[in-house]
Design a binder for this molecule. Sequence first.
Ligand SMILES: [Zn+2]
Ligand SMILES: [Zn+2]
Length: 88
Amino acid sequence: MFTMTYEHCGQIWHEAWTSACNDRCPVCNKEIEPSDVEGDFEFTCRGCGEGTDTLQEGYCKDCWNSHWQSLSDTEKDARIKDACRYGY
Ligand SMILES: [Zn+2]
Ligand SMILES: [Zn+2]
């Protein structure tokens, strides 16, 4: 179970749900990303130290993207071949 905190239009509200998700602002009805999420995450990202429920090589999605950018072409190649071999 996750508890999300949202802030928009001067409002702060909380929502609890089985996964982290966006909610609609009660004032302007826009879709708002949570400003804070608390919950039982399965993993901890080794990049930013935040909890995450999807992990790639120890990184959350955001950190994985910047990690991937920092890899050399040979390293990228090796990972792409691995992914083919193991079928993911
Ligand atoms: Zn709003
Ligand atoms: Zn991260």
